[in-house]
Design a protein around this ligand. Sequence first.
Ligand SMILES: Nc1nc2c(ncn2[C@@H]2O[C@H](COP(=O)(O)OP(=O)(O)O)[C@@H](O)[C@H]2O)c(=O)[nH]1
Ligand SMILES: [Mg+2]
Length: 289
Amino acid sequence: MKSGFVNIFGKPNAGKSTLLNALLGEKLAIVSHKVQTTRHRIKGILTEEDKYQIIFSDTPGIIEAKYKLHEKMMASVKNALEDADVALLVIDVNDDLESCDEIFKQLKLTVPTILILNKIDEAKNGKIAEAEKFFADKTYAKKIIKISALQKYHLEKLLKAIIELLPDGEPFYNEEDLTDLPTRFFVGEIIREKVYELFEDEIPYHVAVMVNEYKEKSTLIKIQADIIVQRETQKSIIIGAGGKMIKQIGSLARQDIEKFLGNKIFLELFVKVKPKWRDNELQLKEYGY
Ligand SMILES: Nc1nc2c(ncn2[C@@H]2O[C@H](COP(=O)(O)OP(=O)(O)O)[C@@H](O)[C@H]2O)c(=O)[nH]1
Ligand SMILES: [Mg+2]
């Protein structure tokens, strides 16, 4: 039996969360085309009985911290660096390669790594060969694998390479466990994802979601959540004219939450203003950061 922690690192938008979901065959991490969607370290567990257990961690993209929420996000990256048995370094093959190299060098990796060239489905002409050449002599890129997390190209090959690097050992989690986080967390994340989908510009970066109530009734699950924003103006944008936007968030989130839970739900959403929550230690804690 092989068993260990495999942690996913890379710049924002490289496709880390998409990769985690693809490897697990289940949507755990929310994904958007906007940077900094992932704020937590999310663990996803993949077990093959008597063969292996891989505990994947998705991490927030590596950035320079601008406010306290960012500091927390980077602390979770650091934390993930410390307990990794294997590190997956993900890059968008079309990205600026120098800047990826800068980041990976900074990580001072001491564990086995796999460099993943992602988004080969939309690689520009010559980009794949260029990237392979660029990383060929980098110490953290002894193994390079080209994939498309979105199209699920070459994931089997990647999985095989990961298992080879995995230490021998007994499983850390039960075979049927998919994650270490509570269901409530994922419910909140699905609601947050809808905010990323529906609102342009800065709005999503000012939003936190807090699930206050999660009650299993006989025929459905009742969920009440707050969408937290920093300013009154943001509250009116989230609510929209005649409540149009909040209704849309609710209806899109409900569909996805029902799919995730395999159960009917009743979803109630409120919008609350908490000035400067992103820099407030207590509030960050309250919202799970
Ligand atoms: N074309 C293409 N797009 C991808 C691929 N992987 C991820 N994406 C897209 O890239 C964006 C960022 O993905 P996400 O997983 O949130 O990146 P993260 O910030 O690294 O977690 C999303 O719009 C994804 O749909 C891929 O293999 N090919
Ligand atoms: Mg992500």
